[in-house]
Design a protein around this ligand. Structure first.
Ligand code: FAD
Ligand code: DLZ
Ligand code: SF4
Length: 505
């Protein structure tokens, strides 16, 4: 007989390993293990979410007639392979069926596990590895937009025959509005912890209570039914404005109109296509504008599939890339140390409390700051992998190493995502609450993003001068008089020195 491994982010009834297995004779193995909880010290909310969702999924499988061997944290082995070995002995099994994990580390561990493991493709994704390779091979640049169009054709989502519905593939130009005065969406659906969740919260509090991140209040959905309720609630109330304000940030609105579905889709509680079809339906019913529906579907069948393709194409060493040779240590403000920068303190605070920040907060506030300050990309990568409830290496690493830190030298991003304070000022209302002044370029109260932007551009001139998307900025730099340039560089360096020394900056 065989064992069927189901990992914490594989909580889908249509998982390839379950599809291939025989309910009558095979045994499903699920295990809470210290190695997975500790390979980075995850946010306690993330661990609690996964353990609760794992326990509920195991119960569902049992109700569906599967035999499930579930071990709780501390009751069994510390590793996935160890759990498989122990279960092999318990059940007299000689083989394991698994669905390929989303991380090289675990793929490798399964390959080297002393029990024989077949790793099946993860068919919950739209593009297989072979399809992504076929698309990528021979291309000079791997830009997402063309891949996305192939995924639209493949899925038929928002298609009118061979043409995109509405006549355009991409409505992003309509999706960059600055924040409105207020928003009329109360945010994601919140679920009161039931007994299963409470048990897990007690365990996590005891075992992981000292890690960065607030465990309570805990409100995530932890099973498929709840996740579907949450999705329906968002489609009815958040999606209509999702596109328009997708890039906007507000000091007192953590979620804006975002879907908060990444954690549910990545763990397997929701299927990516099911989510897209529901969004397409809302558009077909005339309930949401085309820019909202297309904008969302592009994130899922475009970006999400694309970054996974890059992760597996680039291999296990991708995370070690450091094209810009950045070596600074991650400063304390990423762990909540006091900072005068309102944008940073608000994004880190909500990350600590919710294990969530939306895309532009990740890219243009914390990511932008880390890149401008020259922080070692591996440290940035570990931070993102730890702190977000939706973070698994296959999706986090390309976003951080590639898109945000330009550490892969431009495989994903055609330019570095850096900006002065001006972008944050335009797209948020943080600056109005800040001790720094976004309009001040040097001297007392100058916004650090203004100083660090030029420091970054100046120190990487050789790399970016010829870049067609950002190279022209050197014209502006060169037109400044030498004294002003020197002042900017000195003040930026002084800021970095004070930050490194642990001063509140
Ligand atoms: P929405 O804004 O409502 O978007 C809908 C969905 O689209 C998301 O749930 C997600 O599934 C998908 N999506 C959107 N953008 C991307 C993207 N760039 N890559 C992959 N999927 C995308 N996403 C993760 O799922 N896990 C991560 O660890 C992660 N790390 C990131 C790190 C950085 C530096 C950046 C810039 C982005 C990262 N993203 C990550 C992408 C994106 O920020 C999150 O998917 C999104 O914020 C999740 O919140 P949401 O569900 O409210 O998303
Ligand atoms: C993230 C995570 C955590 C915290 N704990 C477990 C666990 O105890 N058992 C398990 O099967 N999976 C866990 N996971 C998810 C894995 O880390 C994930 O499957 C890999 O990182 C591959 O994406
Ligand atoms: Fe951030 Fe600068 Fe605005 Fe302050 S002034 S919130 S540091 S961009």
């Amino acid at each position: 007989m065989r064992l069927v491994l189901v990992l914490g982010d594989q909580l889908s009834p249509d998982l390839s390993a379950l599809q291939k297995a025989d309910k009558a004779t095979d045994v499903v193995v699920m295990a809470e293990v210290a190695d997975e909880a500790n390979y980075v010290p995850h946010h306690p909310k993330k661990i609690a979410f996964l353990f609760a969702a794992m326990r509920k999924f195991a119960n569902q499988l049992s109700d569906d007639g599967w035999t499930v061997d579930y071990t709780r944290l501390g009751d069994g082995s510390d590793s996935i392979c160890g759990a498989l070995l122990a279960a092999t002995t318990r059940h007299g099994a000689d083989h394991v069926l698994a669905t390929e994990p989303g991380e090289w580390r675990l793929i490798d561990a399964l390959r080297h596990c002393p029990v024989s493991v077949t790793q099946l493709p993860d068919t919950r994704f739209i593009a297989s590895h072979a399809e992504f390779e076929a698309w990528a091979d021979g291309r000079k640049t791997l830009r997402m937009e063309y891949f996305y169009r192939d995924m639209r054709r493949k899925t038929g989502l928002m298609m009118d025959g061979d043409s995109p519905a509405g006549g355009q593939w991409n409505y992003d130009a309509e999706n960059r509005k600055p924040p409105p005065g207020g928003i009329d969406y109360a945010g994601p659906m919140r679920f009161t912890p039931d007994d299963t969740v409470e048990d897990v919260l007690t365990l996590v509090e005891k075992r992981f209570g000292n890690s960065f991140g607030d465990l309570r209040p805990f409100w995530f959905a932890t099973d498929r039914g709840q996740a579907r309720q949450h999705l329906a609630h968002w489609i009815a109330n958040g999606l209509p404005h999702f596109g328009t304000y997708q890039d906007a940030m507000m000091d007192d609105e953590r979620f804006m109109y975002h879907a908060i579905v990444g954690l549910y889709v990545n763990a397997g509680l929701l299927n990516p296509l099911e989510v897209c079809r529901a969004v397409e339906q809302a558009w077909q019913d005339g309930d949401v504008p085309i820019n909202a529906a297309e904008g969302f579907i592009r994130q899922i069948i475009g970006w999400r599939e694309y970054v996974r393709g890059i992760y597996f194409r680039e291999g296990p060493d991708y995370v070690k890339n450091n094209a810009l040779n950045h070596t600074r240590n991650l400063p304390g403000m990423f762990w909540g140390d006091d900072t005068k920068m309102r944008c940073m303190s608000r994004c880190v605070e909500q990350t600590r409390q919710e294990a969530y920040a939306h895309h532009i907060q990740r890219l243009m506030v914390t990511g932008n700051f880390a890149l401008l300050a020259g922080i070692a990309p591996y440290q940035v990568h570990e931070w993102y992998l730890r702190v977000y409830a939706d973070a698994y290496e296959w999706v986090e690493a390309p976003n951080v190493i590639g898109m945000s830190q330009f550490a892969d030298g431009g495989i994903i991003a055609s330019k570095p995502y850096v900006s002065s304070g001006n972008y944050i000022h335009k797209m948020s209302d943080y600056c109005g609450h800040c001790e720094y002044s976004v309009t001040t370029k040097t001297g007392d109260g100058a916004c650090p993003f203004n100083l660090l932007y030029w420091h970054f551009m100046d120190r990487h001139r050789d790399t970016f001068e010829a870049n067609p998307r950002i190279g022209r900025i050197y014209g502006t730099w060169d037109r400044m008089d030498d004294g002003k340039k020197q002042t900017i560089l000195n003040e930026a360096q002084d800021f970095l020195d004070r930050m490194d020394a642990g001063e509140k900056v």
